[in-house]
Design a protein around this ligand. Structure first.
Ligand code: HEC
Length: 179
């Protein structure tokens, strides 16, 4: 009796396994869109701020794959459904903050993103841990974390921000909420 059950189960497992393989095969036809929108140098964070080379390299290596239109797509971004998960990071990362369209941000929004970036780097929340598995060049040493967060902080314009009228600030906040 027990043995019979085992045979039946084995039969099912085989069909389920085959089903999964076929499903994975079919899924490969649903590749993510890997075309980067064109970058306008006059809107790019590093270009506008004429970021010094060593800091620029850190930011490019650690942030630009998810927070810009200069995403690099390695071979494993061709493997569905892994690529869907990666693409989700890129889409949400750009939505939160996109260094390629930095010039389009209001002073208030840019200032806010700078504070957040400095914090995220110091708290080791960015770059995302999962990203580091395949990107050793994005791993930041404590010195590099400090270098980056100091740099983000140095670009802040909060002094002039506080002088802004309340009405203007509210309007800008609304803009931010719409995103
Ligand atoms: C692997 C993709 C990836 C990398 C690399 C990455 N980020 Fe992010 N980032 C995200 C995603 C996705 C979000 C959206 C929020 C979330 O899911 O945590 C985000 C959100 C943010 C936010 C907004 C946080 C908030 O709560 O408002 C900031 C600021 C940020 N990232 C800064 C950085 C900086 C600075 C770097 C480089 C040192 C970096 N990120 C590297 C994917 C990434």
């Amino acid at each position: 009796m027990q043995y019979k059950k085992y045979i039946i189960m084995k039969k099912y497992t085989r069909w389920i396994g085959l089903g999964l393989i076929i499903l994975l095969f079919i899924l490969q036809f649903f590749q993510i869109n890997k075309t980067n929108p064109k970058v306008k140098p006059e809107e790019d964070f590093l270009a506008i701020n004429k970021t010094e080379a060593s800091t620029a390299k850190l930011i490019k290596d650690a942030c630009y794959d998810c927070h810009s239109y200069e995403t690099k797509y390695p071979f494993y971004t061709y493997v569905v459904p892994l690529s869907w998960w990666i693409n989700n990071h890129i889409v949400n990362g750009r939505k939160e903050m996109n260094f390629s369209i930095w010039a389009t941000y209001s002073a208030k929004k840019a200032d806010h993103k700078l504070v957040e970036s400095a914090e995220m780097v110091l708290e080791k929340k960015m770059p995302l841990k999962s990203y580091l598995i395949a990107h050793s060049e994005a791993k930041l040493s404590p010195e590099q974390q400090k270098q980056l967060s100091d740099y983000f902080n140095s670009l802040r314009t909060s002094g002039s921000e506080k002088a802004d009228s309340g009405a203007k600030n509210e309007k800008q906040e609304d803009e931010e909420d719409e995103e």
